[in-house]
Ligand binder design. Sequence first.
Ligand code: DCM
Ligand code: DCM
Ligand code: DCM
Ligand code: ZN
Ligand code: ZN
Length: 343
Amino acid sequence: WGTLGHQTVAYIATNFVSSATKTKFQSILGDTSTDYLATVSTWADTYRYTDAGTWSAPLHFIDANDDPPSSCDVEYSRDCGDTGCVVSAIKNYVHFNEIINPNYLTCSEHFIEQVRHNNCGKVPCPCKLEILPADVHGSLFEGAALRYPQISWRHVDCGSQKASLDFVSPFLVMETCNLDVHLYLSDESIQFIGDIHQPLHDEGLDLGGNEIDVTFDGSSTNLHHIWDTNIPEKYVGGYALSDAKSFAATLTKSIKTGTYESEAASWLDGIDLSDPVSSATSWASEANAYVCSTVMPKGISAVEDTDLSGTYYTKAIPVVELQIARAGYRLAAWLDLIATGST
Ligand code: DCM
Ligand code: DCM
Ligand code: DCM
Ligand code: ZN
Ligand code: ZN
């Protein structure tokens, strides 16, 4: 999604999180305003266009190798590439949370003790030492390190220790002093749970529709871009923070007492912080199905080089609204689970 989509998802989540989650994230983010989630929701988009953040671009989507419009489906093992995808990103940020939650880890605590005994990490009190397996978390933490220079980060090689603990070298040792690295987790969760609900972020065909040229209200653009940006913005009438806030208020009302009231509870079926791949893959599959039904029901030729701001737009709107509503509602539940450490 563009700015409007991400900020709307964030405001919907803001309307549904528990008061404990709200307090926790406002404190982590250092922002006690009602915009505390919305204002960080687009950071990952800025970051991926920087040289340092190029590695993170694949984490915004999963390229389903299906065959729309006749056949749509997402398969994690087939579709999540070697450099990661939105499903593995959501998974890794859950692990990130687990690792920095001192109540959770047994294995890593044990490992930290071993490292201390072997003088691998000499960390001054009151800093907390955490050992991170770089095979899973390396690139994510490189990004975190760049963003939060206040944390001191370094690689250590603990020699033979690693083999016995089933981890792959090199480890990243993170020393957290006076800074809660949940910051990074919350920004990224907002972004990725938003993106996974955009149907073309769950489609590999023509780079998620980026290579399908279309026009919209006479402007040349592409199919991916109109779903990210033009369609939601035409409907809402702008992309300011205030537009997102009022769009979120409308969708929140539909969830509480309107169109979505009877189905909203079922949006949380299967949500499970201890199995983030299953949770995220089911959200990706659900969104990907709209590629066959709504995004290109008659194939590429029916949309290519066509202006889609008329009937096509009218049919797309209910899907855009539903997907943004689902994303916001699920993000609230996800942040609640993260806040309580419910794995
Ligand atoms: N933006 C947007 N919708 C637009 C134009 C811009 O969401 N119609 C976003 C994209 C960038 C920011 O606003 O995050 C600034 O855009 P620009 O550099 O194009 O002014
Ligand atoms: N891992 C970890 N701490 C956790 C969860 C996972 O250190 N709380 C590490 C152990 C494995 C790697 O992540 O090296 C793979 O995890 P998974 O099998 O869950 O993908
Ligand atoms: N994108 C996607 N699938 C791809 C490639 C890109 O969903 N295979 C998304 C990420 C951005 C948009 O398309 O939202 C534009 O990507 P980029 O700026 O990398 O061209
Ligand atoms: Zn996009
Ligand atoms: Zn994104």
